[in-house]
Design a protein around this ligand. Structure first.
Ligand code: PLP
Length: 771
């Protein structure tokens, strides 16, 4: 039996949802075409439908050991959770005694459907009980001591059988003992969504009052679920209407969904069935996957203990890699996994792992890999193979080191790399010919990645520099300098004490040679008194035309200027620094800042003066230094000191003008390429993603659009600034940017557009919607 007939995609995100098993899909199709009757109709077609429904209910009741409890079909677990909570709370409200304090308890790692529903109905029903979350320990197990102390005053307690992010299960017997010893009356809801088919369930032998389930987590379609209600538990219908489900849940029943569930129940009940594998096999799958993961990523950390987790969920983090990076990597390897965090807006951490007290980095970079009991050995084998290929691709793109010093698969680095962490940037310049490198503003969290890159590319840094003493973070410079430049004598920012002196237009500057290039140090105080700018040029005597990059730290930021309200700041000095930068570099020279608050990569004076009136006024000479200082003080006074945990280094304009970028869908792009020779594809995924996709072990033929996209060149986001620099004279060509989902390509296209690439476009929805 195969979970998915097509091995080209390995689906390891079963805790989010599962594909519908072919047998279940067929049953649903039959129900739509033949058994389509309304179970409430009394003619033969209706009776057949009703019979199917009752057969499904009977199977569910047998499977779950519901005894005399009720089992009602719902649209899914979220509806079941509402039903249970409303039923419990409406009854509890009638028992409330004036002056007594009550609580509603829920496990800290519960799916959000539970605490959000508790809060909602607590408010709507005017109960106003205090809602308390039950802590878990580092293994994810509920704090029984807490429950013992609190459950006496609780109207309702909600726990989960198996956690959806980690697979951690609770010992329900022990939990029941703890709850009932203190409170026989409290209504107990157990979210059993992730337990179905993975843990033994025998509901009538427990005092669980409500147990919601969902079909789409176990190979049935979305839109069908069910809830168990203990016979002695109170019940209030959540949906009233035509009286279906004996008046317990109105609305014409979802017969196709029920037909599919019926097949799943039949398989679960049949011990000899060959579609679902037993716990031993699933545990062996986990062993194989965890072994491959550990081989592929030797530093891997699993975020839960296997001993109290179902074997079908693995949650892990790899030091030095964000969950976004790993998601992109797995997607390129054609393995679907999920980031372990609740990815809503700026929330990038997992509240489940936070509740377990795991270190922040583990919670931020968690990846969840989950499969269902119909997973096949062939799929596991392919997954393991691809995990190893993914890791190999990472070593080839110098993001991970392996033991072999073989460089043949690795593209040699030549030029500028931009690494980012949050909104901060580190810049590395590699000179291929001399094998020398320059590291600017190394962030401590990127230290390992920088070190790996230098080792992997066999580069020797000539200097590791900061553009100023950073207020918002400590520099990663010292650790790297100790490793690579232990004997070099430098100032506080890492500038070597012994350097060349250059005289340009009667002014002297310190400089360093980097291969055939020259790095010039320019004191640019203002943001801080020690701020410097670093100009990398191919001809120091023609700076305006030959400066490739100006690393200006926080002096010129994209869309703004660095703040000047620190103790060591001076707006007066910044005024002169800006003028000096303007005198020395060209209007198109790319300015590489220490921060990128708005995903803009790089900028130039010509791009900045258009949108930064203060800079424009300084450079055009209409402002005196004191006028500048006054305006700057106003600007800084309105500066939001922090965004999240970051200290802002400059006021930034949140409504920065974003250009309208031309968007293609895959058909439109194909057409455009067939009619024009001046269109160029730029694949901006990271090299490992690009390599993986091009070396996949699939048997499927590349699609038309794959063939089109394969004509492109691969310029990853980390190298985009260099690409812009090298194509300053080719801004008229039509560049079409592509990536995995269309979000990176959009951001990069906007940056290019702002810097004068008039015809830049991107592929909407990226590869995800094109293949
Ligand atoms: N509870 C848990 C543990 C879940 O994993 C989910 C789904 O992610 C739900 C509840 C909600 O289920 P449904 O999608 O059926 O509403």
């Amino acid at each position: 039996m195969s979970q998915t007939a097509n091995l080209s995609q390995i689906y390891l995100d079963a805790n989010a949802t599962t594909p519908v098993l072919p047998q279940a899909a067929q049953a649903a199709m039959d129900a739509m075409q033949d058994l389509f009757g309304n179970p409430s109709s009394s003619h033969i077609t209706g009776l057949k439908a009703k019979n199917l429904m009752e057969q499904t209910r009977l199977r569910a009741k047998t499977l779950l050991g519901t005894g005399s409890g009720k089992l009602i079909f719902t649209s899914g677990a979220t509806e079941g959770i509402q039903t249970g909570i409303i039923s419990g709370l409406i009854k509890a409200k009638t028992q409330i005694q004036a002056g007594k304090k009550y609580t509603l308890l829920y496990g800290a790692t519960e799916h959000k459907a539970v605490p959000n529903s508790l809060a909602h109905w607590n408010e709507i029903l005017g109960i106003h009980a205090e809602i308390k979350s039950i802590p878990v320990d580092h293994t994810g197990e509920l704090d029984l001591e807490f429950i013992k102390n609190e459950v006496g005053n609780a109207l309702m307690i909600c726990t989960m059988a198996v956690n959806n992010e980690t697979g951690v299960y609770q010992d329900l017997q022990q939990l029941e003992h703890c709850i009932r010893e203190q409170n026989k009356e409290v209504f107990w809801l157990v979210d059993c969504v992730q337990a179905l088919g993975k843990r033994p369930i025998n509901l009538a032998t427990t005092s669980i009052d409500y147990a919601p389930f969902s079909g789409h987590k176990l190979y049935a379609p979305k839109g069908i679920g069910f809830i168990y209600i203990r016979d002695s538990a109170p019940f209030t219908p959540f949906i009233a209407g035509g009286g279906q489900e004996s008046g317990l849940r109105s609305g014409t029943e979802n017969l196709p969904g029920l037909a599919a569930l019926n097949v799943i129940f039949e398989m679960l009940l049949d011990k000899d069935n060959s579609s679902f594998y037993d716990v031993d096999t699933l545990t062996d799958y986990r062993r194989q996957l965890s072994h491959s993961l550990s081989q592929a990523f030797p530093d891997i950390v699993f975020n839960h203990k296997f001993k109290n987790s179902v074997p079908t969920t693995l949650n892990f983090a790899v030091p030095g890699f964000s969950s976004k990076e790993l998601m992109d990597l797995f997607d390129a390897a054609n393995i679907r996994v999920s980031s372990g965090s609740a990815c809503s807006s700026k929330v990038t951490r997992s509240f489940v792992l936070d509740a377990m007290g795991l270190p922040a980095w583990q919670s931020e970079s968690a990846i969840r890999l989950s499969f269902g009991p119909a997973m096949t050995q062939a799929e596991i084998d392919t997954a393991c193979l691809r995990i190893r290929s993914a890791a190999k691709a990472l070593t080839n793109s110098c993001l991970m080191l392996d033991d072999s010093q073989v460089l043949q698969d690795r593209a040699p680095l030549d030029g500028l790399v931009q690494l980012r962490s949050g909104s901060s940037c580190t810049w590395i310049y590699a000179d291929l010919k001399s094998k020398q490198a320059l590291v600017i503003d190394p962030l401590p969290e990127l230290e390992k990645r920088i070190d790996t890159l230098l080792q992997c590319q066999q580069l020797t840094p000539i200097a590791i520099l900061d553009t100023h003493g950073h207020a918002d973070h400590i520099s990663g410079r010292v650790g790297l300098a100790q490793k690579y430049l232990a004997t070099q004598k430098t100032d506080e920012l890492g500038w070597p004490t012994e350097t060349d002196i250059l005289t340009l237009a009667d002014e002297t500057y310190h400089s360093l040679a980097l291969g055939e290039l020259t790095l010039i140090k320019l004191p640019t105080p203002g943001h801080t008194d020690d701020s410097i700018s670093l100009l990398l040029t191919s001809d120091p005597h023609k700076l305006t035309t030959h400066t490739r990059y100006a690393f200006c730290g926080d002096t010129v930021l994209m869309g703004t200027l660095g703040r000047t309200n620190f103790a060591t700041s001076s707006a007066f000095l910044m005024y002169h620094s800006l003028k000096q930068i303007n005198r020395l570099i060209g209007q198109q020279t790319l300015i590489c800042a220490s921060h990128d608050y708005n995903n803009e990569f790089t900028t130039s004076l010509s791009a900045e003066v258009i949108r930064n009136p203060l800079l424009q006024a300084v450079l055009s000479g209409v402002l005196s230094e004191s006028q500048f200082a006054a305006r700057k003080a106003d600007l800084d006074a309105n500066l939001n000191d922090e965004v999240g945990s970051e200290i802002l280094c400059g006021a930034y304009n949140t409504d920065c003008d974003k250009a309208q970028i031309k968007e293609y869908n895959s058909a439109g792009l194909k057409l455009r390429l067939s009619t024009s020779t001046n269109v160029k594809i730029l694949d901006i995924r990271e090299p490992h993603e690009y390599a993986l996709q091009h070396n996949l072990d699939t048997t499927s033929e590349p699609s038309d659009i794959d063939n089109v996209l394969n004509t492109g060149i691969n310029i990853p986001m980390t190298r985009l600034v260099q690409f812009i620099q090298e194509h300053q004279s080719d801004k008229e060509s039509e560049w079409v940017l592509v990536c995995r989902s269309g979000s990176r390509s959009m951001v990069a296209a906007q940056a290019m557009h702002r810097l004068g690439f008039a015809n830049v476009a991107h592929l909407k929805g990226g590869y995800a919607l094109s293949s």
